[in-house]
Design a protein around this ligand. Sequence first.
Ligand SMILES: Nc1ncnc2c1ncn2[C@@H]1O[C@H](COP(=O)(O)OP(=O)(O)OP(=O)(O)O)[C@@H](O)[C@H]1O
Ligand SMILES: O=P(O)(O)OC[C@@]1(O)O[C@H](CO)[C@@H](O)[C@@H]1O
Length: 310
Amino acid sequence: MIYTCTIAPSVDYTTYLPEFEAGKLNRSQQVYYYPGGKGINVSRVLKRLGADSRALGFAGGFTGNYIAQFLEGEGVATDFIPVEDITRINVKIKSANETELNGPAPSISESHLEVLMEKIKKMERGDWFVLAGTLPDSIPIDFFKRVAEICQRGGIRLVLDTSGPALNELIGLKPFLIKPNEHELGELFGIVISDKSDAYSYAKKLVEKGVENVIVSMGGEGALLVAKDLAVSAEAPKQKVVNTVGAGDSLVSGFIASYVKDENPLEAFKYGVASGSATAFRSDLCDKPDVEALLGQVKLTPFHEQDVTK
Ligand SMILES: Nc1ncnc2c1ncn2[C@@H]1O[C@H](COP(=O)(O)OP(=O)(O)OP(=O)(O)O)[C@@H](O)[C@H]1O
Ligand SMILES: O=P(O)(O)OC[C@@]1(O)O[C@H](CO)[C@@H](O)[C@@H]1O
């Protein structure tokens, strides 16, 4: 089974307007209320790509109920731990630019964390645990380390698509896959990543620390996959961009959905990049036909040490 975990889910209030002016009254005609949060997006896309998963995390209030109902309506199994705080609403404004306003993560008590821990302990060898989205500072770093240790001992594939101080600690615990974007990778090392050659150098450092696969996503520039004996760059397909929210999560879903079939990292990477772009080219997350229509446009090129320019 593939489990996704979103510590801080959201309702993504997504609105499109031709012009958005900060500091003014703006009126929009087109709004969507998507269930959001990175793990939840991963589960939604997995379902569309034909892979079942179970969405875990913490949800509360009317927004928490809305998310659970929405997901169940789409056939995504959920097992959220109820919390008192109302699940946040994240505002996504699509105009000439994309503006995002993400609410704060809920505070999670120790007893709620232990409920999550018990669920993780019941996972089986060969399961996947995708921990995605912000990891709030209020949760002790030690908690995430315990989670990663359980995954390591139990043969559970740990996938991390997250940022925050806990990420640094988790790297050493040899996750199966991490997918930072270029900014998140830069933050991990306190530097700015400006091109694929930088991304390669730092992704390689993570592989040397024990991460099995690192995918650095770089928006319209595509992505880079680095593993022990593998470094490949992918160019993303070009089309009119509609909404990039969830593009990175779709990349993760596409990778996993393909990898579970035949454990081929190159095919999985290609499928992941096509999934990310398919999401960027539409309002909601991608569907399987969109992804497969783009597959032929994802070009993979081996990345060599000598390609590093700095
Ligand atoms: N402008 C774009 N054109 C084509 N493909 C894109 C574009 N933006 C994103 N993608 C696709 O989606 C993938 C992931 O994008 P990105 O690097 O923006 O992820 P991210 O920052 O993690 O996004 P998010 O946090 O919103 O999910 C890229 O590798 C690419 O395949
Ligand atoms: O605040 P976080 O957890 O970093 O990001 C949350 C979020 O921006 O990420 C998803 C897209 O990746 C959205 O559905 C959601 O609103």
